[in-house]
Design a protein around this ligand. Structure first.
Ligand code: SF4
Length: 390
């Protein structure tokens, strides 16, 4: 483990040599430690020189990524385009993922109808006035934003891109709901826009995915990633820490697998229990527990240590809106938890990617279960404006 080595020369708390027997053993042991430590610090210094954000935050925040990419202030505007989800309407499954209450993380799902154009207009006004944002990425967040025929998708995406201040698009979707045609459509925007697809993975472990009723397996995710990687689309992967039945080792396995995918972005969430979900029922029956904040901070830091430092971190904690949250209730804001993770990494003397090993083999089984091939048009739910800051 590199972690204790980084702190060793400063705090002089290296293990007593008595524990290690003879003088020659001590010599070998000390040399080994010095060699590991100097390699670690060499990599650390190089990483810091290449990535000043690592020195400041210990990870690569999305806002720093946006600053590197654009000469103006860019914010994301969260949109609900009126899609539903194949894991809710019966196409893949019913009831959705056990933790899913879209209203809890994207309140724009409820309320009066606003067109995408109107949502963009209001989102722009909000972010300009509150944060001084100048340009925007249209973030199709709610439900499954590729769950329609290509012409419907084109109309939706281009309604957002038509705004002169929208410089990019980010499309949240499921890995089993992306056809080659929709990938081609989205890839077509990369010539003139900054384009992301955000795939929900949550875990690489099929047992966990089954338990959460995700409705797809890891192979399906890899298939979507592999097809998307043949394009110029940037890929962001969503992961949840603290899923029922998962150990720290399971989560680290997910981190290592994601690290080897050569993606550009990651979003980490903690598992939370929201009202009106299957998970809430399990929670009240005492079948599941949620993480306390300090454990989450430790796990998130563990996870980031395995993720390459050039993968931008778009999110480090889940977000609930309104009174949907049942558990965990942490007495800290999102910003405080994020800076807690930074402090934890600093305290360890580590940083994002310090344990990343590019030679780690990635499970890449290209055989896949079938994606959702028959997709429906938009459902009739009318969205209302909701924006989030990044
Ligand atoms: S894929 Fe997303 S929208 Fe669909 S049920 Fe799961 S969390 Fe909800």
């Amino acid at each position: 483990m590199l972690r204790p080595l980084a702190a060793w020369p400063q705090n002089k708390s290296r293990p007593s040599p008595i524990l290690y027997g003879s003088v020659s053993c001590r010599f070998v042991f000390d040399n080994f430690y010095y060699s590991c430590y100097s390699n670690f610090m060499k990599n650390f210094s190089v990483s810091f020189q290449q990535s000043p954000y690592l020195l400041k935050y210990r990870f690569f925040p999305f806002r720093e990524y946006l600053k590197e990419q654009f000469p103006y202030k860019v914010h994301k505007i969260s949109l609900h385009a009126g899609f539903t989800c194949p894991n809710r309407d019966g196409r893949v499954g019913v009831g959705g993922c056990t933790y899913c209450a879209n209203e809890s993380f994207s309140p724009n799902v409820k309320g009066p109808y606003l067109s995408i154009k109107e949502q963009i207009k209001k989102g722009k006004a909000f972010h300009k006035q509150r944060y001084g944002a100048e340009k925007f990425i249209a973030y199709f967040q709610s439900f499954t934003n590729t769950y329609a025929d290509v012409e419907t998708l084109r109309l939706c995406y281009e309604e957002a891109l038509a705004d002169k201040d929208v410089i990019g698009i980010s499309i949240g979707t499921r890995p089993d709901c992306i056809t080659d045609d929709s990938i081609d459509l989205i890839n077509g925007y990369t010539e003139n826009y900054h384009v992301w697809i955000e795939y929900g993975l949550q875990s690489i472990h099929d047992a966990t995915l089954r338990r959460m009723n995700r409705g797809h397996d890891y192979r399906t995710f890899l298939n979507a990633i592999n097809r998307t990687k043949k394009t110029c689309i940037r890929i962001c992967v969503h992961v949840i820490l603290g899923l029922p039945g998962e150990t720290r080792e399971d989560m680290i396995e997910t981190a290592k697998a994601v690290a080897g995918l050569n993606i550009q972005g990651i979003k980490l969430h903690h598992l939370y229990v929201a009202k009106n979900t299957a998970l809430a029922k399990e929670y009240f029956e005492g079948k599941i527990q949620t993480l306390d904040m300090n454990t989450y901070i430790q796990l998130a830091a563990d996870f980031l240590e395995h993720i390459p430092s050039d993968v931008t971190v778009q999110r480090l904690v889940g977000d609930t809106h309104g009174d949907f949250l049942i558990s965990p209730v942490w007495k800290a804001s999102k910003a405080e938890i994020t800076s807690g993770i930074s402090r934890e990494l600093e305290h360890r003397g580590s940083y994002q990617g310090c344990l990343y090993k590019s030679e780690i083999p990635v499970r890449t089984n290209h055989l896949t279960s079938a994606p959702v091939l028959h997709i429906q048009g938009q459902d009739s739910k009318k969205p209302k404006l909701h924006t989030i800051n990044i």
